[in-house]
Ligand binder design. Structure first.
Ligand code: COA
Length: 451
């Protein structure tokens, strides 16, 4: 049984006093991964814990039953790990319903043997809570229990509380190495039907060294960040590069769906103090973290890091309560009117809607808020411009041209708010890569209202 020294001591005391306790329940529920996943039946809808909390041991056991199962629907957000259930050989057994497309299911979605559900991250918990997506089984990975029997959802709280509450059966992988995070992260072992004990490191996301282009973008974005601002940093290479250029800022705060390693140095340096936050002052508000073991150790038992579910962190009304809320997200393509494509490259589905719109809308409504989309001007080693006259056929618009505000590339910054179509086209061509500016101008002339 996986217990901290403190819990072990308490356990011994309870045993000595012969008191009934949650430990009895715990012992009865502990089983092997193979027996635990017997709870999944053909046709069931199964939710899998997200990001770095995907319970690999239970997933392997579930995939091991592929020959016995048919038509099991697997719901999840981004997950790190192998996601073997998405392999072509298991297509009759499992069908992924991705609420965000990670690298591990991208091929399956684009081949048509997995599905993608475009949805705002803030609204995913509601899909479970209101029964639109009924769940039979929820599979989570949590920390060992404390002396009261409470485990922690650890590095990923996001939509898991809603999924756990709604599912008919909950299977928990209790991993000795899952950090015990605080906030609304705690879940009592009485909520689990089956428990499996494991002891393995969490998957790590090691950030690449930012490229010169990402560094230039980081500097431009940093120039928009005011002292006392509360930041959201989206997914991708750029938000992480931005953090490097914030070292001379004062009293920054964090309210963000996700966090990466970059924030630790800024907290240590006294740049992120959270002192000026108008919501949850003194605390970093977050719903999941993905990074290295250093980050996972940092959030362990850290009262400064307040984990909250996505329907709180990503609610635009909640976000807007943060004065100077500054949302920094990225994109794949943007047209000359400011329409942002971020979940697909043409018809090739790439990622998801995530929290981009939640935070853009929240930041736009916040007092002194700023919504920033930061992109390299080109992709594919400079061969294609990300700023285009028309989006590629099939491109999914994540952020509309009415929501969009600041656009940043390595060539500068433009603010599209209140600009007409012609002014937008001009502003965006000015921050496009110089190699593509003449072509963009030519193409814009083919559209009568841009001429
Ligand atoms: N045309 C062709 N290929 C393109 C392209 C374009 N316009 N834009 C990007 N690509 C390619 C890149 O070259 C790269 O290919 P590679 O993997 O072979 O190098 C790949 O697509 C990914 O692009 P990149 O910009 O490097 O991605 P990223 O990791 O920085 O993430 C987003 C950027 C937009 C995918 C990411 O921010 C995202 O998923 N956003 C959606 C929702 C969101 O913002 N949510 C908020 C936080 S959850």
């Amino acid at each position: 049984m996986l217990l901290s020294p403190q819990t072990a001591q308490a356990t011994e005391q309870m045993q000595r006093e012969n008191q009934p306790s949650w430990l009895e329940q715990y012992r009865k529920k502990v089983t092997s991964p193979e027996l635990a996943v017997k709870a999944v039946r053909s046709g069931d809808a199964v939710y899998i814990h997200s990001n770095a909390a995907a319970p690999e041991c239970l997933i392997s056991a579930l995939v091991g039953r592929a020959n016995e199962l048919e038509g099991v629907k697997i719901y999840h957000l981004l997950t790190l790990g192998k996601a073997e259930y998405a392999k072509a050989e298991y297509a009759n057994s499992f069908r992924v319903q991705a609420l965000f497309i990670g690298a591990n299911v991208r091929d399956a979605v684009n081949c048509g043997r997995a599905d993608y559900i475009p949805v705002f991250l803030s609204e995913i918990p509601g899909l479970f809570t209101n029964g639109q997506l009924p769940l039979d089984v929820c599979i989570v990975q949590v920390s060992p229990p404390d002396k009261h029997g409470f485990c922690s959802y650890g590095v990923s709280v996001d939509c898991t509380i809603a999924a756990r509450k709604q599912a008919k059966c909950v299977i928990a992988e209790i991993n000795k190495q899952m950090p015990r995070t605080l906030g609304r992260s705690l879940v009592h072992i009485s909520r689990f039907d089956h428990i499996v004990e494991t002891d393995h490191p969490l998957p790590e996301l090691i950030p690449d060294e930012p490229s010169p282009v990402e560094n230039a973008i980081g500097r431009h974005v940093a120039s928009l960040v005011e002292d006392g601002a509360t930041l959201q940093l989206g997914i991708g290479a750029i938000p992480n590069a931005v953090l490097r250029y914030l070292t001379d800022k004062k009293d920054l705060g964090i309210h963000s769906e996700m966090l990466s390693d970059g924030i630790i140095d800024l907290i240590d340096a006294g740049v992120i103090t959270n002192d000026c936050k108008t919501l949850l002052p003194g605390q970093v508000a977050v719903s999941f973290v993905m990074g290295t073991k250093r980050l996972y150790d940092f959030v362990d038992n850290n009262p400064m890091i307040e984990f909250q579910p996505s329907d709180f962190i990503n609610d635009p009304i909640i976000i807007a309560k943060n004065n100077k809320m500054t949302a920094i997200n990225s994109a794949l393509q943007i047209d000359l009117t400011g329409q942002i494509s971020a979940d697909s490259i043409g018809t090739h589905l790439y990622s998801g809607v995530g929290g981009q719109v939640d935070f853009i809308r929240g930041a736009n409504k916040a007092l002194g808020g700023k919504a920033i989309i930061a992109i390299p001007s080109t992709a594919k080693s400079g061969k294609v411009s990300r700023i285009v006259a028309k989006l590629s056929p099939g491109a999914g618009i994540v952020t509309t041209r009415a929501d969009v505000r600041y656009i940043v590339t390595e060539f500068g910054i433009c603010d599209l708010h209140g600009k007409n179509m012609r002014q937008r086209a001009e502003a965006l061509i000015n921050i496009a890569h110089p190699d593509f500016r003449a072509k963009l101008l030519e193409e814009s002339k083919e559209i009568s209202w841009l001429r």
